[in-house]
Each structure stands twice: as C-alpha cells, then as structure tokens.
Design a protein around this ligand. Sequence first.
Ligand code: NAP
Length: 322
Amino acid sequence: MKPNLLIVGNPTPRMMTQLTDRFVIHRLSEIDDPQAFLKANGDSIEGVATNGHDGVKPELMAALPNLKVVSCFGVGYDGIDATAAAERGIVVTHTPNVLNDDVANTAIMLMLAVSRRLVHDDAWVRSGKWKSQGSAPLTRSIENKPVGILGMGRIGQKIAEKLRAFNCDLAYHSRSEKADIPYRYYSDLTAMARDVDYLVVITPGGAATRHLVDRPVIDALGPEGTLINIARGSVVDEAALVKALEDGRLGGAGLDVFENEPDVPAALIAMDNVVLTPHVGSATVETRQAMGDLTVENLVRYFDEGKVTSAVPECAQLPAAR
Ligand code: NAP
C-alpha cells in the first residue's frame, strides 16, 4: 500500500515522477474544495511535501490527524511551525547544505552587481550611451573591503570562505560566538554595521529575527554602506530601508528577498543604486535538482526505514531523526 502524500506548492517534474512512484499523490492546488477534501480524507494523509514559501499553515496541520512527516524543499522553514509539529511527533525535514554554494554565490553576485553597477553599465551599452557619452562613471571595488555577515551558519560560512578570495576583512554577528570561526565576532549588530562597508544578511526568517536590521542598524551602515539581503524579507525593516535609501542615509542595496513577495515597493524599483532579484538564491538547475532529490529522499526513507536524512533542529529528538 502506497502512503498518501499531500503536495503543497509546485514540485519540479523530476520530483513529481519520483513521488508518483512511491506515493498516492494529492495536490492541494488541484483540489476544487480543499476543506471538503480534508474533512473526508484528512485522516488518510501521512506525509506532506511542501516548500519554504508555502510551508504548512496551522489549520492544514490541524486537519491532518495522522500526519507523520513534512518534507520541505528549501533550508528555510519559517512557514512551518516545527515546534508544534515536534510536539505531535511529526518530523519536519528540510534541505540544508546542498544549496550553500549557489546561495553564497548569489550574495557575492549582488555585492558585485551593486558595487560595480552591473545593471547600470549594461544599460549604458544597450542604450548607446557608450557611443554618445563615452565611458560609464567609475564604480567601487569590493576588494579589501570590510564585510559584516549577519548569520554565521552553513551559508554564512560559505559566503565568508568565498569572500576571502576578494581579500575582504570579515566580521560576523550571530546569537553566539563560534569557537572555530576565524573572523571577528560582534555581539552587537549595530556596532558591526558601523565598522563595515557591506552587511550581508543570511539568518533564518520568522519571529525571532523579524526586523533585526532596523533603522539604527541601517544608519550605522551609513551612506557609504551597502546592505545585501538573501535571508528573508522579514529580517529587514523594509520601510526603514526604503526611507534610508531615499534620504541618502544608505549607499545601496542588493535584495533577493522582500517583506511581501512578490510585491516589491515601487520606490525600490525606481532606484538605480539597488539591484533586485526575485528570490532566486538557490535557483539554479543543479541546486534545485539536489534540493528536490533530498526532499524526496527524506519522504522515501521515512516510510521505508522510519528514518530521515535531514530533520530540522526542533525535531532532532524524534526517533526518526536520530
Ligand atoms: P543556519 O546554518 O541555521 O545558520 C543560521 C545563522 O543565523 C546562525 O549563525 C544563527 O546563529 C544565526 N541566527 C539565527 N537567529 C539569529 C538571531 N536572532 N540573531 C542573530 N543571528 C541569528 O542556516 P543556513 O543554512 O545558513 O540558512 C540561513 C537562512 O538563509 C535560511 O533559514 C533561509 O531563510 C535563508 N535562505 C535564503 C535563500 C534564498 O533563496 N534567498 C536560500 C537559502 C536559504 P547561531 O549560530 O548563533 O544560532
């Protein structure tokens, strides 16, 4: 008997092929009346496949009394109440590590794009200004610059490792100092922002990190400073960020994530010292395939062996995670 799996969001075609092999599939997006479906069939669902964006809403989790495992495509799982799941014995899994390189590359791509004015200079060529006005204005180097990383976890460490190739002077802020990390630790985020030219944000989202980057942090970074956010939109006070950029109190920003995706404030769209990407930190063919494979592996292993490969920390004590 194949277990019943509820799919939230849109898995890749490769994932769908793998999942269809092993599970009876129910796609939430294709169910006409989800409430009626859940009332009639909620108790048959043992697994959920979802992603970091859609998560699992509390009312959905409550409608699945026999749910055993939630597999999230993505390392960030702020859309899933993992503590509540663990209390019910439901193991939540995610896809750490396989995306570290590409997300770190996105951070560095944004740093370079803002500093070297990639989008501006591309437009300079396409619009004919190179011919009519000559060379584009000089830009700023990231070489040898002080960089502060907010969040020194798996991806933060990868960003630091890659920035060493640019001879950047590295510092970090996280909840605790790491014994094995060679970079300067700041227990005070505002103090770090004051001392660096680039602040790279790579913490989880959720209530605990909401608006960690607020007006005092942005003002400390200052008119020569650049904010890079590849974490979650919720970590930065977006209204304060927009105002600081408008007032010239912040030099520039590279943003992959926003408070109300896919809505991006019109003011940001109009600014040419800002580079915007549509939450594509991990969005390469190679990394998305690895994330999909791990998402499926967690589900298949759970039902075959009673074990998962990559449980979230809140579920680490559950038998399936040990
Ligand atoms: P991780 O290994 O768990 O690292 C998270 C880091 O954030 C840790 O250093 C942690 O500090 C720090 N942190 C957590 N809460 C904090 C707080 N309140 N104040 C200061 N620091 C705090 O996670 P990861 O694998 O590097 O991933 C990080 C996040 O990146 C994900 O959760 C996701 O939201 C985001 N992400 C975005 C994309 C994208 O497409 N843009 C792609 C992948 C991931 P401690 O070590 O002291 O606990």
